[in-house]
Design a protein around this ligand. Structure first.
Ligand code: LLP
Length: 386
Protein backbone atom coordinates (compact mmCIF):
# COMPACT_ATOMS: atom_id res chain seq x y z
CA UNK A 1 0.00 0.00 0.00
CA UNK A 2 1.36 3.40 -0.99
CA UNK A 3 1.38 5.94 1.78
CA UNK A 4 2.00 9.65 1.78
CA UNK A 5 5.67 10.49 1.60
CA UNK A 6 5.77 12.62 4.74
CA UNK A 7 8.68 13.44 7.12
CA UNK A 8 7.50 11.07 9.86
CA UNK A 9 10.46 11.49 12.28
CA UNK A 10 9.86 15.26 12.18
CA UNK A 11 6.12 14.77 12.70
CA UNK A 12 6.83 12.69 15.81
CA UNK A 13 8.33 15.70 17.53
CA UNK A 14 5.58 18.17 16.68
CA UNK A 15 2.54 18.86 18.85
CA UNK A 16 -0.52 17.22 17.32
CA UNK A 17 -3.08 17.69 15.90
CA UNK A 18 -1.84 19.87 13.07
CA UNK A 19 -2.51 20.54 9.43
CA UNK A 20 0.34 19.74 7.10
CA UNK A 21 0.34 21.42 3.70
CA UNK A 22 2.50 19.91 1.00
CA UNK A 23 3.25 23.00 -1.07
CA UNK A 24 4.73 20.97 -3.93
CA UNK A 25 1.37 19.25 -4.40
CA UNK A 26 -0.28 22.68 -4.38
CA UNK A 27 2.14 24.11 -6.95
CA UNK A 28 1.83 21.07 -9.23
CA UNK A 29 -1.97 21.25 -9.04
CA UNK A 30 -2.01 24.94 -9.91
CA UNK A 31 0.45 24.39 -12.78
CA UNK A 32 -1.73 21.67 -14.28
CA UNK A 33 -4.88 23.72 -13.79
CA UNK A 34 -3.32 26.77 -15.42
CA UNK A 35 -1.99 24.75 -18.33
CA UNK A 36 -5.45 23.35 -19.04
CA UNK A 37 -7.22 26.70 -18.54
CA UNK A 38 -4.78 28.47 -20.84
CA UNK A 39 -5.83 26.32 -23.80
CA UNK A 40 -9.13 28.19 -23.91
CA UNK A 41 -8.10 31.47 -22.24
CA UNK A 42 -10.28 30.68 -19.22
CA UNK A 43 -9.98 33.05 -16.26
CA UNK A 44 -9.64 31.50 -12.79
CA UNK A 45 -10.49 33.06 -9.44
CA UNK A 46 -9.54 30.85 -6.51
CA UNK A 47 -12.45 30.44 -4.03
CA UNK A 48 -10.90 31.58 -0.75
CA UNK A 49 -13.61 29.90 1.30
CA UNK A 50 -11.76 26.59 0.85
CA UNK A 51 -8.57 27.75 2.60
CA UNK A 52 -7.10 31.16 3.48
CA UNK A 53 -3.88 30.02 5.05
CA UNK A 54 -1.31 32.75 4.25
CA UNK A 55 1.27 30.27 2.85
CA UNK A 56 -1.36 28.98 0.46
CA UNK A 57 -2.65 32.42 -0.48
CA UNK A 58 0.87 33.58 -1.22
CA UNK A 59 1.28 30.75 -3.77
CA UNK A 60 -2.15 31.54 -5.22
CA UNK A 61 -1.07 35.16 -5.61
CA UNK A 62 2.30 34.24 -7.16
CA UNK A 63 0.55 32.03 -9.68
CA UNK A 64 -1.53 34.97 -10.89
CA UNK A 65 -4.95 33.60 -9.97
CA UNK A 66 -7.73 35.95 -8.94
CA UNK A 67 -9.81 35.68 -5.78
CA UNK A 68 -13.44 34.71 -5.27
CA UNK A 69 -14.47 36.07 -1.86
CA UNK A 70 -17.67 35.62 0.13
CA UNK A 71 -17.09 38.00 3.03
CA UNK A 72 -15.33 41.19 3.99
CA UNK A 73 -12.85 39.03 5.88
CA UNK A 74 -11.98 37.14 2.73
CA UNK A 75 -11.59 40.38 0.76
CA UNK A 76 -9.15 41.57 3.44
CA UNK A 77 -7.27 38.25 3.26
CA UNK A 78 -7.02 38.52 -0.54
CA UNK A 79 -5.75 42.10 -0.23
CA UNK A 80 -3.24 41.11 2.47
CA UNK A 81 -1.93 38.39 0.15
CA UNK A 82 -1.38 41.06 -2.50
CA UNK A 83 -3.99 39.84 -4.96
CA UNK A 84 -4.76 42.82 -7.22
CA UNK A 85 -8.15 44.41 -6.57
CA UNK A 86 -9.16 44.05 -10.21
CA UNK A 87 -8.91 40.27 -9.76
CA UNK A 88 -11.21 40.13 -6.73
CA UNK A 89 -14.87 39.16 -7.05
CA UNK A 90 -17.32 39.27 -4.18
CA UNK A 91 -20.18 36.79 -3.96
CA UNK A 92 -22.60 35.71 -1.25
CA UNK A 93 -26.28 35.81 -0.51
CA UNK A 94 -25.97 38.09 2.52
CA UNK A 95 -23.47 40.86 1.92
CA UNK A 96 -23.50 43.36 4.81
CA UNK A 97 -23.21 47.09 4.08
CA UNK A 98 -19.69 47.34 5.48
CA UNK A 99 -18.61 44.48 3.23
CA UNK A 100 -20.10 46.13 0.14
CA UNK A 101 -18.42 49.39 1.10
CA UNK A 102 -15.09 47.59 1.50
CA UNK A 103 -15.47 46.18 -2.02
CA UNK A 104 -16.40 49.63 -3.39
CA UNK A 105 -13.49 51.33 -1.63
CA UNK A 106 -11.08 48.90 -3.25
CA UNK A 107 -12.74 49.02 -6.68
CA UNK A 108 -13.01 45.25 -6.84
CA UNK A 109 -13.69 43.74 -10.21
CA UNK A 110 -17.24 42.51 -9.64
CA UNK A 111 -20.05 41.92 -7.17
CA UNK A 112 -21.96 38.71 -7.87
CA UNK A 113 -25.46 39.76 -6.90
CA UNK A 114 -28.09 37.39 -5.60
CA UNK A 115 -31.30 39.42 -5.20
CA UNK A 116 -33.18 42.51 -6.32
CA UNK A 117 -32.83 44.15 -2.93
CA UNK A 118 -29.08 43.58 -2.94
CA UNK A 119 -28.89 45.38 -6.32
CA UNK A 120 -30.68 48.37 -4.80
CA UNK A 121 -28.37 48.43 -1.78
CA UNK A 122 -25.17 48.21 -3.84
CA UNK A 123 -26.49 50.97 -6.11
CA UNK A 124 -27.28 53.16 -3.11
CA UNK A 125 -23.89 52.62 -1.48
CA UNK A 126 -22.06 53.14 -4.79
CA UNK A 127 -24.01 56.34 -5.41
CA UNK A 128 -22.98 57.65 -1.98
CA UNK A 129 -19.34 57.10 -2.95
CA UNK A 130 -19.82 58.42 -6.46
CA UNK A 131 -18.64 55.10 -7.88
CA UNK A 132 -19.86 52.68 -10.49
CA UNK A 133 -20.00 49.07 -9.27
CA UNK A 134 -19.53 46.25 -11.75
CA UNK A 135 -22.04 43.52 -11.09
CA UNK A 136 -22.85 40.05 -12.34
CA UNK A 137 -26.29 38.55 -11.81
CA UNK A 138 -26.11 35.21 -10.08
CA UNK A 139 -28.74 33.14 -11.78
CA UNK A 140 -30.09 29.95 -10.33
CA UNK A 141 -29.82 27.55 -13.27
CA UNK A 142 -31.98 24.84 -11.67
CA UNK A 143 -29.40 22.18 -12.52
CA UNK A 144 -29.03 19.18 -10.21
CA UNK A 145 -25.40 18.62 -9.23
CA UNK A 146 -26.09 15.15 -7.82
CA UNK A 147 -23.92 15.87 -4.82
CA UNK A 148 -24.50 15.98 -1.06
CA UNK A 149 -27.65 17.99 -0.31
CA UNK A 150 -25.71 20.33 2.00
CA UNK A 151 -23.42 21.37 -0.84
CA UNK A 152 -25.81 21.54 -3.78
CA UNK A 153 -26.72 25.11 -4.64
CA UNK A 154 -28.11 25.36 -8.15
CA UNK A 155 -31.70 24.20 -7.57
CA UNK A 156 -34.70 26.53 -7.35
CA UNK A 157 -35.28 25.32 -3.80
CA UNK A 158 -31.85 26.63 -2.63
CA UNK A 159 -31.43 30.11 -1.18
CA UNK A 160 -28.81 31.05 -3.76
CA UNK A 161 -29.12 33.16 -6.88
CA UNK A 162 -31.99 34.77 -8.74
CA UNK A 163 -34.57 32.53 -10.33
CA UNK A 164 -34.90 32.87 -14.09
CA UNK A 165 -38.56 33.80 -13.63
CA UNK A 166 -37.49 37.01 -11.81
CA UNK A 167 -34.81 38.01 -14.32
CA UNK A 168 -37.12 39.93 -16.68
CA UNK A 169 -38.21 42.21 -13.87
CA UNK A 170 -34.62 42.77 -12.76
CA UNK A 171 -33.36 43.53 -16.25
CA UNK A 172 -36.10 46.09 -16.70
CA UNK A 173 -35.08 47.71 -13.45
CA UNK A 174 -31.32 47.83 -14.11
CA UNK A 175 -31.31 51.04 -16.23
CA UNK A 176 -32.74 52.94 -13.25
CA UNK A 177 -29.87 51.76 -11.04
CA UNK A 178 -27.43 54.22 -12.49
CA UNK A 179 -24.37 53.38 -10.42
CA UNK A 180 -24.38 49.73 -11.47
CA UNK A 181 -22.72 48.33 -14.56
CA UNK A 182 -23.86 44.83 -15.39
CA UNK A 183 -20.86 43.02 -16.83
CA UNK A 184 -21.61 39.36 -16.32
CA UNK A 185 -23.77 36.44 -15.34
CA UNK A 186 -22.80 34.00 -12.64
CA UNK A 187 -23.72 30.40 -11.83
CA UNK A 188 -22.67 27.76 -9.33
CA UNK A 189 -24.35 24.38 -9.08
CA UNK A 190 -22.65 22.72 -6.12
CA UNK A 191 -19.43 21.25 -4.82
CA UNK A 192 -17.48 17.95 -4.93
CA UNK A 193 -18.85 17.10 -8.37
CA UNK A 194 -16.86 14.27 -9.95
CA UNK A 195 -19.23 13.23 -12.73
CA UNK A 196 -18.95 15.76 -15.57
CA UNK A 197 -22.57 15.51 -16.72
CA UNK A 198 -24.00 18.18 -14.35
CA UNK A 199 -21.43 20.61 -15.79
CA UNK A 200 -22.59 19.69 -19.28
CA UNK A 201 -26.20 20.32 -18.19
CA UNK A 202 -25.08 23.69 -16.86
CA UNK A 203 -23.50 24.60 -20.23
CA UNK A 204 -26.68 23.74 -22.09
CA UNK A 205 -28.71 25.80 -19.65
CA UNK A 206 -26.33 28.76 -19.96
CA UNK A 207 -26.59 28.62 -23.77
CA UNK A 208 -30.37 29.04 -23.43
CA UNK A 209 -30.00 31.83 -20.90
CA UNK A 210 -27.48 33.60 -23.11
CA UNK A 211 -29.94 33.58 -26.01
CA UNK A 212 -32.49 35.21 -23.74
CA UNK A 213 -30.04 38.00 -22.84
CA UNK A 214 -28.87 38.57 -26.40
CA UNK A 215 -32.50 38.83 -27.55
CA UNK A 216 -32.86 41.62 -25.05
CA UNK A 217 -29.76 43.31 -26.48
CA UNK A 218 -27.76 42.57 -23.33
CA UNK A 219 -24.24 41.29 -23.92
CA UNK A 220 -22.54 40.15 -20.72
CA UNK A 221 -18.78 40.37 -21.14
CA UNK A 222 -18.12 37.49 -18.80
CA UNK A 223 -19.83 34.28 -17.85
CA UNK A 224 -18.85 32.86 -14.47
CA UNK A 225 -19.59 29.17 -13.95
CA UNK A 226 -18.53 28.99 -10.29
CA UNK A 227 -16.58 26.11 -8.80
CA UNK A 228 -17.47 22.58 -7.88
CA UNK A 229 -14.93 20.23 -9.46
CA UNK A 230 -14.42 17.37 -7.01
CA UNK A 231 -11.27 15.61 -5.85
CA UNK A 232 -10.55 11.92 -5.30
CA UNK A 233 -10.96 11.39 -1.55
CA UNK A 234 -10.49 7.60 -1.88
CA UNK A 235 -7.07 7.67 -3.57
CA UNK A 236 -5.18 10.84 -2.67
CA UNK A 237 -1.81 9.16 -3.28
CA UNK A 238 -2.71 7.85 -6.74
CA UNK A 239 -4.81 10.77 -7.92
CA UNK A 240 -3.44 13.90 -6.26
CA UNK A 241 -4.47 16.20 -9.13
CA UNK A 242 -8.06 16.40 -10.37
CA UNK A 243 -8.84 15.96 -14.04
CA UNK A 244 -8.82 19.62 -15.04
CA UNK A 245 -8.50 18.65 -18.68
CA UNK A 246 -11.81 16.75 -18.72
CA UNK A 247 -13.46 19.49 -16.68
CA UNK A 248 -12.42 22.41 -18.87
CA UNK A 249 -13.13 20.36 -22.01
CA UNK A 250 -16.80 20.12 -21.03
CA UNK A 251 -17.03 23.90 -21.15
CA UNK A 252 -14.92 24.18 -24.32
CA UNK A 253 -17.17 21.71 -26.03
CA UNK A 254 -20.62 22.58 -24.75
CA UNK A 255 -20.68 26.26 -23.84
CA UNK A 256 -21.16 28.76 -26.67
CA UNK A 257 -19.37 32.00 -25.94
CA UNK A 258 -20.05 35.14 -27.94
CA UNK A 259 -17.17 37.20 -29.36
CA UNK A 260 -15.26 39.09 -26.67
CA UNK A 261 -16.85 37.07 -23.89
CA UNK A 262 -14.58 35.47 -21.30
CA UNK A 263 -15.37 32.43 -19.23
CA UNK A 264 -14.56 32.59 -15.53
CA UNK A 265 -14.19 29.76 -12.98
CA UNK A 266 -14.10 29.75 -9.18
CA UNK A 267 -12.46 26.50 -8.07
CA UNK A 268 -11.70 26.02 -4.37
CA UNK A 269 -11.49 22.37 -3.36
CA UNK A 270 -9.90 21.15 -6.62
CA UNK A 271 -6.94 23.50 -6.06
CA UNK A 272 -6.19 23.06 -2.37
CA UNK A 273 -7.95 19.84 -1.32
CA UNK A 274 -5.19 17.32 -1.89
CA UNK A 275 -2.27 19.37 -0.55
CA UNK A 276 -3.48 19.20 3.07
CA UNK A 277 -3.57 16.45 5.66
CA UNK A 278 -4.68 16.57 9.26
CA UNK A 279 -1.97 14.88 11.30
CA UNK A 280 -3.04 13.39 14.60
CA UNK A 281 -1.75 10.92 17.18
CA UNK A 282 -3.37 7.78 18.54
CA UNK A 283 -4.24 8.41 22.18
CA UNK A 284 -5.87 5.08 22.96
CA UNK A 285 -6.80 1.84 21.26
CA UNK A 286 -10.08 0.65 22.73
CA UNK A 287 -10.83 -2.95 22.00
CA UNK A 288 -14.59 -3.41 22.27
CA UNK A 289 -16.56 -6.62 21.88
CA UNK A 290 -17.93 -5.65 18.46
CA UNK A 291 -15.44 -3.03 17.32
CA UNK A 292 -12.00 -1.59 17.77
CA UNK A 293 -11.84 2.12 18.37
CA UNK A 294 -8.87 4.27 17.63
CA UNK A 295 -9.18 7.38 19.76
CA UNK A 296 -7.06 10.12 18.21
CA UNK A 297 -6.23 13.60 19.46
CA UNK A 298 -7.96 15.40 16.55
CA UNK A 299 -11.71 15.86 16.61
CA UNK A 300 -14.44 17.45 14.57
CA UNK A 301 -13.30 20.81 15.86
CA UNK A 302 -10.23 20.31 13.65
CA UNK A 303 -11.95 18.72 10.64
CA UNK A 304 -15.72 18.86 10.62
CA UNK A 305 -16.43 17.33 7.20
CA UNK A 306 -17.04 13.71 8.29
CA UNK A 307 -19.36 14.74 11.15
CA UNK A 308 -21.15 17.47 9.21
CA UNK A 309 -21.53 16.00 5.73
CA UNK A 310 -20.78 12.32 6.36
CA UNK A 311 -17.74 12.97 4.17
CA UNK A 312 -15.16 10.27 3.52
CA UNK A 313 -11.45 10.96 4.09
CA UNK A 314 -8.75 8.39 3.50
CA UNK A 315 -6.81 7.69 6.71
CA UNK A 316 -3.30 6.25 7.01
CA UNK A 317 -1.23 5.12 9.96
CA UNK A 318 2.15 6.58 9.03
CA UNK A 319 3.98 4.80 11.88
CA UNK A 320 2.89 1.22 11.25
CA UNK A 321 3.26 -1.35 8.51
CA UNK A 322 1.69 -4.19 10.50
CA UNK A 323 -1.23 -6.21 9.15
CA UNK A 324 -4.48 -4.44 8.43
CA UNK A 325 -7.23 -4.18 11.04
CA UNK A 326 -10.59 -2.44 11.06
CA UNK A 327 -11.16 0.54 13.32
CA UNK A 328 -13.66 3.24 14.03
CA UNK A 329 -11.43 6.31 14.13
CA UNK A 330 -12.88 8.73 16.67
CA UNK A 331 -11.92 12.01 18.29
CA UNK A 332 -12.06 13.17 21.90
CA UNK A 333 -15.11 15.47 21.63
CA UNK A 334 -18.12 14.67 23.78
CA UNK A 335 -20.49 13.93 20.91
CA UNK A 336 -21.11 10.65 19.18
CA UNK A 337 -20.76 12.27 15.75
CA UNK A 338 -17.06 12.87 16.49
CA UNK A 339 -15.98 10.01 14.26
CA UNK A 340 -13.69 10.33 11.23
CA UNK A 341 -14.36 6.87 9.78
CA UNK A 342 -16.17 3.67 10.65
CA UNK A 343 -14.86 0.13 10.05
CA UNK A 344 -11.86 1.58 8.30
CA UNK A 345 -8.97 -0.76 7.41
CA UNK A 346 -5.64 0.49 8.64
CA UNK A 347 -2.32 -0.96 9.69
CA UNK A 348 -2.55 -2.29 13.24
CA UNK A 349 -2.17 0.73 15.47
CA UNK A 350 -0.93 1.56 18.96
CA UNK A 351 -0.80 4.53 21.30
CA UNK A 352 1.50 7.24 19.94
CA UNK A 353 1.24 6.27 16.26
CA UNK A 354 1.01 9.12 13.77
CA UNK A 355 -2.17 9.15 11.70
CA UNK A 356 -2.77 11.20 8.55
CA UNK A 357 -6.32 12.15 7.60
CA UNK A 358 -5.87 12.94 3.94
CA UNK A 359 -7.39 15.35 1.43
CA UNK A 360 -8.04 17.90 4.15
CA UNK A 361 -6.67 21.01 2.41
CA UNK A 362 -10.13 22.31 1.50
CA UNK A 363 -12.78 23.21 4.11
CA UNK A 364 -10.57 21.80 6.86
CA UNK A 365 -8.53 24.39 8.76
CA UNK A 366 -10.96 27.16 7.81
CA UNK A 367 -13.94 25.35 9.36
CA UNK A 368 -12.14 24.55 12.61
CA UNK A 369 -13.77 25.65 15.87
CA UNK A 370 -12.97 25.76 19.55
CA UNK A 371 -15.92 23.74 20.83
CA UNK A 372 -15.08 22.04 24.14
CA UNK A 373 -12.54 24.86 24.50
CA UNK A 374 -10.12 22.96 22.37
CA UNK A 375 -7.13 24.67 20.82
CA UNK A 376 -7.20 25.42 17.12
CA UNK A 377 -4.93 23.04 15.19
CA UNK A 378 -1.34 24.04 14.48
CA UNK A 379 -0.21 24.49 10.90
CA UNK A 380 3.02 23.37 9.21
CA UNK A 381 3.93 23.46 5.55
CA UNK A 382 6.46 21.27 3.75
CA UNK A 383 8.67 24.34 3.58
CA UNK A 384 8.53 25.02 7.34
CA UNK A 385 9.82 21.50 7.94
CA UNK A 386 12.72 21.56 5.47
N1 LLP B 1 -18.27 29.58 -6.05
C1 LLP B 1 -19.36 29.59 -5.26
C2 LLP B 1 -20.43 30.54 -5.54
C3 LLP B 1 -19.48 28.68 -4.19
O1 LLP B 1 -20.57 28.69 -3.43
C4 LLP B 1 -18.44 27.75 -3.95
C5 LLP B 1 -18.50 26.81 -2.83
C6 LLP B 1 -17.30 27.78 -4.80
C7 LLP B 1 -17.26 28.70 -5.84
C8 LLP B 1 -16.15 26.85 -4.62
O2 LLP B 1 -16.56 25.54 -4.80
P1 LLP B 1 -15.52 24.31 -4.82
O3 LLP B 1 -14.69 24.46 -6.08
O4 LLP B 1 -14.68 24.38 -3.62
O5 LLP B 1 -16.39 23.12 -4.89
N2 LLP B 1 -17.76 23.06 3.13
C9 LLP B 1 -18.22 22.16 2.08
C10 LLP B 1 -18.16 22.80 0.70
C11 LLP B 1 -18.99 24.07 0.58
C12 LLP B 1 -18.88 24.73 -0.76
C13 LLP B 1 -19.57 26.04 -0.78
N3 LLP B 1 -19.46 26.78 -2.01
C14 LLP B 1 -17.37 20.89 2.13
O6 LLP B 1 -16.53 20.77 3.02
O7 LLP B 1 -17.56 19.99 1.33
Amino acid sequence: MIKANYPIPVFENLPTPFYYYDLDVLRNTIEEMKMQARKAAFVVHYALKANVNPSILSIIKESGLGADCVSGGEILAALAAGIPTDKIVFAGVGKADWEINLGLDHDICCFNVESEQELEVINELATAKNKIANIALRINPNVDANTHHHITTGLNENKFGINMSDIEHIINKLPSLENLNMTGIHFHIGSQITDMSPFQDLCIRINEIQKYFINKQIHPTHINVGGGLGINYEHPNHIPIPDFEAYFNVFRKHLSLYPNQTLHFEPGRSIVGQCGSLITKVLYVKRGSAKNFLIVDAGFTDLIRPAFYGAFHHIENLSSDLDMEKYDVAGPICESSDVFAKDFSMNKSKRGDIIAIRSAGAYGEIMASQYNLRKLPNIYTSEDLK
